[in-house]
Design a protein around this ligand. Structure first.
Ligand code: NAD
Length: 542
């Protein structure tokens, strides 16, 4: 049987995805667990099961069908699901997570087959602890929670956003070996402002407008208290909350519980890693860079905040470091005469003449890098990339907005317009590009390089909090894993094929920070890397 004990037998066992092995149950197991006759007689190895599943998967006609197939497999046999996904991660990651998961969330109510995870709704106020008590597993270590208000770049999808915590937790397992039995996806259903959903008779959430203000805060507070009471060592990752709540909740809870926000901090870490790698090509120091962001939301401000911390680590003062990060939002350059700025932008409203748009800001500020996190496609135009290439021998051009259609420019555009000199990374994957006889492999600034390893390290040592130093350590570690061969192809992130090795290295670095900051709740092991690695789940039936 698998690593979690069970007393299940017969049909109950076959219907439990954590413990079901399907046709791979051995003769002995079929007798012990009263399965004889409930399965066809021939016994298959897991390898054969993978072969069959992969064949079925590849026969599907489109990505949504592939998503449905994989989720159904996860619902039947999680071990096999993870074996299949882990063996084919590069092929399947865009299906179980972005971009396909976005489509799946849009269709969620219509493709709904069986529930997965926990739904806590506005109607549960006052009894959230009871709802959490209904979760059948006692040892939850990682929770991903959303309120569905800002799902990827798709806006408010209400309770349909459940696809995101489910997908994200699959990546925790596939990339870093977090035991799926110890993960819990949660959606807080606080209503939706999405008219289409409100009008849809098949919508599976509360057909009402969103809770706001004190009522909303009280529900989230009740949730955080209850979940930490039942699972005192749990790490809670906030995911896809709208700006107005994401920053507030992060600041409210980060020093109280073990929690972080991946849209803010995970994105920051993977982008900082990309910049560290880019510096291996350009030769400069982080503190010498001037970075101009397009888009001043969770990703942009999160990245800039972490870069400021990392620059301060190099010896810059906070004021000096902030002066090296600039923003253009939908109304032009963020600068000190503006009176329309949300609070999270104020730190970056430097004294400077107003600039109406990104091109004007590039020409006036002469940045070493531009980072697109606006959620708007085609914003890095030819004149902008050409201006960056005129200002810099190797301009940093990161077009991080998702999905592919929202990328600020394509890989091909970045390489062509900069005559092959741009150091390019994107949020969504792009195929290699050949320019002037040289092939460039664009790096994908995928958060999956970071959050699974962070989770692995935090869970391994039962860290009390997830401080920024963990994300800085994760970024440095990731950049160090980029090989000279990667860099020679223009690739500033390691191959995703190495993701488990990456996660162990990041997990170890994160655990190290936990010991340095006295946040760990287990005694320090002799060999931290081995200890972290030993915690990893393997999808085998043994
Ligand atoms: P967000 O909604 O919090 O912020 C988007 C910001 O862009 C807002 O401040 C908005 O005002 C601004 N904006 C909108 N239109 C603009 C325009 N025309 N010009 C300039 N600014 C404009 O969203 P977010 O979480 O910050 O994410 C932004 C984008 O980054 C999304 O597309 C998301 O997919 C992407 N992202 C990528 C990664 C990654 O690559 N690892 C991680 C997180 C987010």
């Amino acid at each position: 049987m698998s690593d979690t004990d069970t007393t299940l037998t017969g049909v109950d066992l076959l219907h439990n995805p954590l413990h079901n092995h399907g046709t791979a149950f051995t003769d002995e197991e079929r007798d012990s667990y009263k399965l004889r006759g409930l399965l066809p007689p021939r016994i298959f190895t897991q390898e054969r099961q993978v072969q069959r599943s992969l064949g079925n998967y590849r026969k599907k006609q489109n990505d949504l069908e592939r998503y449905i197939y994989l989720i159904s497999l996860e619902d039947r046999n999680e071990t096999l699901f993870y074996r299949l996904v882990m063996d084919n991660l590069e092929e399947m990651m865009p299906i179980i997570y972005t971009p396909t998961v976005g489509k799946a969330c849009q269709e969620f109510a219509h493709i709904f087959r069986r529930p997965r995870g926990l739904y806590i709704s506005a109607e549960d106020k006052g009894r959230v602890a009871e709802v959490i008590a209904n979760w059948p597993l006692d040892d939850v270590e990682v929770i991903v929670v959303t309120d569905g208000e800002r799902i990827l770049g798709l806006g408010d999808l209400g309770v349909n956003g459940m696809g995101i915590p489910v997908g994200k937790l699959s990546l925790y397992t596939a990339c870093a070996g977090i035991n799926p039995a110890k993960t819990l996806p949660i959606t807080l259903d606080v209503g939706t402002e999405n008219e289409k959903l409100l009008d849809d008779p098949l919508y599976i959430g509360l057909p009402q407008r969103r809770l706001r203000g004190a009522e909303y805060d009280a529900l989230v507070d009740e949730f955080m208290t209850a979940v930490n009471e039942r699972y005192p060592n749990v790490m809670v990752q906030f995911e896809d909350f709208a700006n107005l709540n994401a920053f507030r909740l992060l600041h409210k809870y980060r020093n109280q519980y073990c929690t972080f926000n991946d849209d803010i901090q995970g994105t920051a870490s993977v982008t900082l890693a990309g910049i560290y790698s880019a510096l291996r090509l350009t030769g400069g120091k982080l503190g010498e860079q001037k970075l101009l962001f397009l888009g001043a939301g969770e990703a942009g401000i999160g990245i800039a905040d972490l870069i400021v911390s990392a620059m301060m680590d190099e010896g810059l003062s906070e004021a000096e470091a902030r002066q090296r990060c600039w923003f253009v939002d939908s109304r032009g350059l963020v600068e000190s005469t503006r009176t329309d700025l949300a609070e999270h932008k104020l730190h970056y409203a430097h004294e400077f003449a107003p600039q109406p748009n990104l091109l004007a800001a590039v020409n006036a500020l002469k940045p070493t890098g531009i980072i697109g996190v606006s959620g708007r496609g085609q914003m890095f135009t030819k004149p902008i990339v050409e201006a960056m290439a005129a200002l810099n021998e190797r301009p940093i051009v990161f077009a991080l907005s998702n999905p592919t259609a929202n990328s600020e420019c394509t890989a091909e555009e970045a390489y062509t317009w900069s005559e092959g000199r741009a150091i390019f990374a994107s949020g969504s994957p792009f195929d290699p590009v050949t320019y002037n006889g040289k092939t460039f492999v664009p790096g994908q600034g995928n958060n999956s390089y970071i959050f699974p390893g962070v989770g692995l390290g935090v869970v391994a040592v039962k860290a009390r909090h997830v401080p920024d130093e963990m994300f800085m350590a994760a970024a440095r570690t990731l950049a160090q894993l980029v090989t000279e061969e990667d860099l020679a192809m223009g690739r500033i992130y390691p191959s995703l094929k190495r993701i488990r090795e990456v996660s162990v290295a990041i997990g170890t670095a994160v655990a190290e920070v936990a010991y340095q900051q006295e946040l760990a709740r287990v005694p320090r092991p002799d060999n931290l890397a081995e200890f972290v690695q030993a915690q990893m789940y393997h999808p085998s039936y043994k």
